[in-house]
Design a binder for this molecule. Structure first.
Ligand code: ATP
Length: 234
């Protein structure tokens, strides 16, 4: 197999003095969708924040196509092709959908055009003049994903995109992820809802107390159900 697109090795991370990640290893190949599972507080969000460089106190290695990300500031990580959609979505609530998609105007090379975004998310086109605050949770989530696609990111870190959304909207988000996969996008997904995640995940990683405790291919999910119920408490 080719070298991974993203390689995380022996990653430790701290919030201040609080040591949260303990030797995390993670590989993602180009075009793969990898899902992190784990209870609340297991360290999933922290893993995304550490990869993106939002959380700065880290040790170990994070490499994108062999390039060390640990030394780079956040904006350089973004320029290298990594996009982060936080759980709280991070859209500009006071701006319209279209303004969210066109600001900042300097879209990186390889970023999707607004037209492409609208063809991928027809509902954002319908809502293009609506203010961020007027959007439903699902529309806000799609807008947050769309903003990252505008930046030219090829690896998308997605934190619980289905959180708090109605089943029909969860389905719609699933369709979007499938469409992104078809375009060759690489996705690292944090998701509590593994029944949703199984539709898109090529591989699962299971986290507990800031450590990776297991990893298996998506099609083996059923064989790991007992362990999942144990670790996730579901
Ligand atoms: P959740 O689903 O609740 O977001 P998670 O698996 O993503 O869970 P993290 O948010 O990564 O977990 O949290 C991992 C640990 O880090 C937890 O013990 C949490 O209390 C702690 N933590 C998270 N954010 C901070 C912060 N800003 N400052 C200090 N500790 C934090």
């Amino acid at each position: 197999m080719s070298d991974p697109l993203l390689e995380v090795r022996a990653l430790n991370a701290w919030y201040g003095e609080s040591h949260v990640l303990h030797g995390v290893d993670l590989d993602i190949h180009e075009g793969e969708t990898v899902t992190l599972l784990g209870r609340n507080g297991a360290g999933k969000t922290t893993t995304l924040r550490a990869i993106m460089g939002i959380l700065r106190r880290r040790e170990g290695a994070i490499r994108l196509r062999g390039r060390d990300l640990l030394a780079l500031p956040l904006h350089k990580v973004a320029q290298a092709g990594v996009g982060y959609v936080p759980e709280e979505r991070g859209i500009f609530a006071s701006l319209s959908v279209e303004e969210n998609l066109t600001l900042p105007p300097q879209v990186a090379e390889g970023g999707m055009s607004v037209e492409e975004i609208y063809s991928l998310f027809p509902n954002l086109h319908e809502r293009r003049h609506s203010q961020g605050t007027k959007l439903s949770g699902g529309e806000q989530q799609m807008l947050a994903i769309a903003r990252v696609l505008r930046t030219g990111a090829r690896l998308i870190l997605l934190d619980e995109p289905t959180e708090g959304l109605a089943p029909v909207i969860v389905q719609r988000i699933g369709d979007v992820l499938v469409a992104l996969k078809k375009r060759g996008m690489t996705i690292l997904l944090v998701e509590q809802n593994f029944r949703f995640a199984r539709k898109v995940a090529d591989r699962f990683y299971l986290m507990e107390d800031g450590r990776m405790v297991n990893s298996f291919p998506g099609h083996e999910l059923d064989a790991h159900m007992d362990e999942l119920q144990d670790v996730l408490g579901v």
